[in-house]
Design a protein around this ligand. Structure first.
Ligand SMILES: C[S@@+](CC[C@H](N)C(=O)[O-])C[C@H]1O[C@@H](n2cnc3c(N)ncnc32)[C@H](O)[C@@H]1O
Length: 290
């Protein structure tokens, strides 16, 4: 966390927040999604995205930049759209964002759920700067956003959530983290949050390389190789939609659907430019009842 002295007077109260290189890359590519709402725009301006510079350089050198950018924007878009749709469907009074990091998603949801007064539980290993920044930016919404500094692999995760009611219809969002969790921990999260099909899940995951077409496969391998080599993140977890569905069903959940990149691209932009119809990319988004 750094002090931001260069901002204008009204923003001097805000601190700049550092992100990990991969999280910074996601937000650097997707910041266009947050320009229409003044609060979201100001929140994103408090993020120091400079740690993404090396990855951006590598992606540009390998000709992966545009494709990576498209997919990360699509991912953020699809997670948000799915979340808002499911919140409305179940009239969710609670949303849990697993490994929320500094993503603006909790704030977006708080803004959109004013009438429902949904409680949002953001869980991560570190949060102080985010909570402080949001408190200054948007105190009304932060009354409903709970920042919980917790290890998501802990079996008793929800026990200390303030006013959390495990019987209430709840949306669980798992984005940007399945890659780093074992299937056992993912399964444990489902066990923690399952509620006889009354809850909903949005999960973002990476399909295995051999599920991709030849051209996409080599680009995906290269993109992951760059991250694994730079940040020693060897052996990131991947799922086919079928494998994910099986785990969800083993916890008495019900698969709703999954979105390939070509579908997300069409939903977001109205056409396919980077992907042919039916094609997958490096990440996908799925929804389920749990
Ligand atoms: C790549 S970021 C994803 C952030 C956000 N979900 C998104 O998609 O933009 C991964 C986040 O997971 C958090 N994280 C990793 N392991 C964790 C754990 N065991 N418990 C809680 N948070 C964890 C990190 O602190 C980081 O904020």
């Amino acid at each position: 966390m750094k002090n931001s002295n260069k901002d204008n007077s009204d923003k001097t109260l805000l601190t700049k927040m550092d992100l990990s290189p991969t999280a910074a890359l996601v937000l650097d590519f997707s910041k266009g999604l947050y320009q229409e709402n003044e609060l979201l725009k100001r929140y994103v301006e408090t993020l120091d995205l400079s740690s993404a510079e090396e990855l951006v350089k590598d992606y540009k050198a390998e000709g992966l930049y545009d494709l990576a950018c498209e997919q990360l924007v699509n991912r953020k878009y699809m997670v948000r759209e799915s979340a808002l749709k499911l919140i409305s469907e179940i009239q969710a009074k609670q949303v849990v964002i697993i490994a929320a990091g500094l993503s603006p998603l909790g704030l977006e949801i708080a803004i959109q759920t004013e009438s429902l007064q949904t409680n949002i539980y953001e869980v991560d290993l570190e949060f102080n700067a985010k909570a402080e920044t949001l408190m200054k930016l948007f105190p009304q919404a932060t009354k409903r956003i709970h920042f919980l500094i917790k290890d998501i692999t802990a079996p008793d995760l929800v026990n200390s959530f303030p006013n959390y009611d495990s019987q209430q219809p709840t949306l669980i969002i798992i984005e940007g983290i399945t890659h780093y969790l074992t299937p056992t921990v993912f399964d444990q999260l489902l066990q923690t949050f399952r509620n006889k099909g009354k809850n909903r899940l949005v999960v973002e995951y990476a399909p295995p390389f051999d599920q991709l077409n030849v051209k996409m496969k080599s680009k995906a391998e290269l993109a992951y190789h760059i991250i694994e080599k730079r940040y020693h993140a060897i052996g990131m977890t991947k799922y086919t939609p079928g494998q994910l569905k099986k785990i969800i069903e083993s916890e008495h959940g019900e698969w709703i659907q999954h979105f390939t990149m070509s579908e997300v691209e069409e939903l977001r932009t109205g056409k396919n430019h980077f992907f042919n119809p039916g094609e997958s990319g490096w990440v996908e988004v799925a929804t389920a009842k749990i």
